[in-house]
Write a protein that binds this ligand. Sequence first.
Ligand code: IPE
Ligand code: IPE
Ligand code: MG
Length: 251
Amino acid sequence: MITLNQQTKIPQHVAIIMDGNGRWAQARGKHRVFGHKHGVKSLRKAIAFASEKRIQALTIFAFSSENWQRPAQEVNMLMELFFTVLGSEIKKLHKHNIKLKIIGELTGFSTRLQKKVFEAEKMTEDNTGLVLNVAANYGGRWDITQATKKIAKLVAAGELDCNDIDEELVSKAITLHKLPAVDLMIRTGGDHRISNFLLWQLAYAELYFTDVLWPDFDALSFQHALDLFSGKERRFGQTSEQVSLKNTESN
Ligand code: IPE
Ligand code: IPE
Ligand code: MG
């Protein structure tokens, strides 16, 4: 059966690297923090847009495993912003039937922030609308490593035979495994790299890079990415002829 989303070629799962906050602020003679605060406004818009378009899941990169290396003042401020925004937005997210999930190494955060995350996830866990995954203290390498550990423990306990490890089993140990694979990955801020975001999950994603800095990213920019996505032929290793034939058969 073809779902509405497949007919209109709306991606089911979109991931975003929200980059360019610092440069946006510096271009205005302000401190980088000013850019992060404005970035929250863009995030609100992106969430509303994704909900409206009936995108199933939106995964955003908020803080990478490597971002701890920034000046302490910026890191502290980002943690404070994360705490405040979680507090101020969670009721609105809940009202809009959005299910919030934080992915990443949560133990790296203060207990106060971990508690806030736990409460926020709990409040929205039964919601059935957009799934919003916030990647915080997340790294694609960390994700693959934690999956490897889970599998190794099963083997060590004699519950799993090494020969039974296949891609499906690894997929199930990686974060976001209950969601469709990422269809579209957007990166703002002009750089063409993954920066240790979802490595496993991006295997067949369409990649969209824009020079727009995150605080300037709005519904129009998001729509532009969706328009380009809908024009893509996704072959997943097959030939163009095979894909066309399959599409004719299913129509
Ligand atoms: C992305 O914006 C936000 C985070 C990494 C938290 P940046 O802070 O990286 O902004 P630029 O890339 O320096 O402009
Ligand atoms: C990636 O942005 C991380 C987030 C958006 C949270 P960075 O600005 O940290 O990426 P690099 O270091 O320039 O690759
Ligand atoms: Mg950056």
